[in-house]
Design a protein around this ligand. Structure first.
Ligand SMILES: [Zn+2]
Length: 365
């Protein structure tokens, strides 16, 4: 299971010379094992790191029985560094050779599919699920006292002192007690699992009730609701989580880009365009680096001070060392941003952003 910690570890890694990064889409809907092995061979053909290539090939020759939909591999043979992450969500094929691992697709996945919780609610209890990168990690449940239904006009009730009213009050008290217990259980669950997005399922009434009891900071993480029964299967819940997650992600991205473009036009803590953004990366000023999915650009990197640029500078402006050409300066910008404690946000299908250069950032200062 790939986590934020793994990402930080990869981001902090640096090879002596160069290392190999491979992402291979092994989604069964894309073809069988032979077809992805062929794609892998084609990708590796031009790679000169023989020992790394051999290790990757050996991995795919011996360990092909995972149920995953893609695999990420990072190999630096010179330092005996070899990491494999099978993933339950598909990523496009990618090969990268550089001094650092290329973590962009993984950062993107964490952003879109990391830390989901689905909560199935009724008046008595709840079932809580933790999904991470398309996989069920954990499931827990909480069950309060049973809630007796009040029959309208039923015999033996109307004749009693207090009648329906007092019994209704009793039911309401039970529901309230249950709900407090469920909320207590939920917030502990969200906290422990580092939940970033919450989906609620149940009847409209029960969802509204749960929401009204939930503390505000957790309310803000609710990204969707859907009607569902307490007996829903894992697959049903996962599918719903992925579907609603995608929609919520799209809405969030639209808002983010709107904000980025508005703020940068007012010069209020945001910038767009490749060179101003890379300059801010060099200065360690990035709070959140925003990139259009799939955006790549050639550039230069200084091996001495790590300054990067999209301009064809043969000599580093900072330290006068000889700069080296790199095939994807954006991947390097991502690594440096994460290394400096910033975040990376990858957005999809944003025509306005594409016009502005497909890259931008919110700044720390
Ligand atoms: Zn330099």
């Amino acid at each position: 299971m790939f986590t934020e910690n793994d990402l930080r570890e990869l981001v902090g890694y640096q090879a002596q010379q160069s290392m190999l990064t491979i992402y291979l889409n092994t989604d069964p809907t894309m073809g069988n094992a032979d077809s992805y092995r062929l794609r892998l061979r084609n990708m590796l053909k031009s790679v000169e790191l023989a020992a790394d290539v051999q290790q990757v090939e050996e991995y795919f020759d011996t360990e092909d029985d995972w149920a995953g939909r893609s695999v990420a591999i990072f190999s630096d043979h010179s330092k005996q560094f070899f990491k494999v992450f099978p993933l339950a969500v598909p990523v496009p094929d990618l090969i990268h050779i550089g001094i650092r691992p290329n973590v962009r697709p993984l950062a993107d996945l964490l952003d879109s599919y990391g830390g989901y919780s689905v909560v199935l609610i009724d008046k008595q209890g709840a079932r809580l699920f933790h999904f991470h990168l398309g996989q069920l990690v954990e499931q827990e449940g909480v069950l309060g006292a049973s809630v007796r239904q009040v029959k309208k006009g039923g015999s033996g009730v109307t004749g009693m002192r207090g009648g329906i009213t007092s019994q209704t009050r009793g039911v309401e008290e039970t529901i309230e007690r249950n709900m407090r217990e469920v909320i207590d259980f939920s917030t502990k669950f969200f906290e422990e699992k580092h939940i970033r997005r919450i989906l609620l399922s149940g009847t409209d009434d029960n969802i509204a009730l749960y929401r009204s009891y939930l503390p505000r900071m957790w309310q803000s993480l609710i990204v969707g609701t859907f009607p569902g029964s307490m007996l829903a299967s894992h697959q049903e819940i996962l599918n719903k989580a992925l579907e609603i997650g995608k929609k919520a992600e799209k809405e969030r991205e639209d808002l983010l880009i709107e904000k980025l473009i508005t703020q940068s036009s007012k010069q209020a803590g945001a910038i767009v365009g490749i060179e101003p953004t890379l300059k801010a990366v060099n200065e360690g000023r990035i709070q959140t680096l925003v990139i259009q999915y799939g955006f790549q650009a050639k550039g230069f990197r200084c091996p001495q001070c790590n300054t990067i640029t999209s301009l064809s500078e043969i000599v580093c402006k900072q330290c006068n060392s000889e700069a080296i050409g790199i095939s994807d300066v954006i991947a390097t910008a991502v690594s440096l941003t994460l290394k400096n404690g910033g975040e990376v946000d990858v957005v999809h299908n944003q025509p306005k952003f594409e016009k502005a250069g497909s890259i931008g950032a919110f700044l720390r200062y």
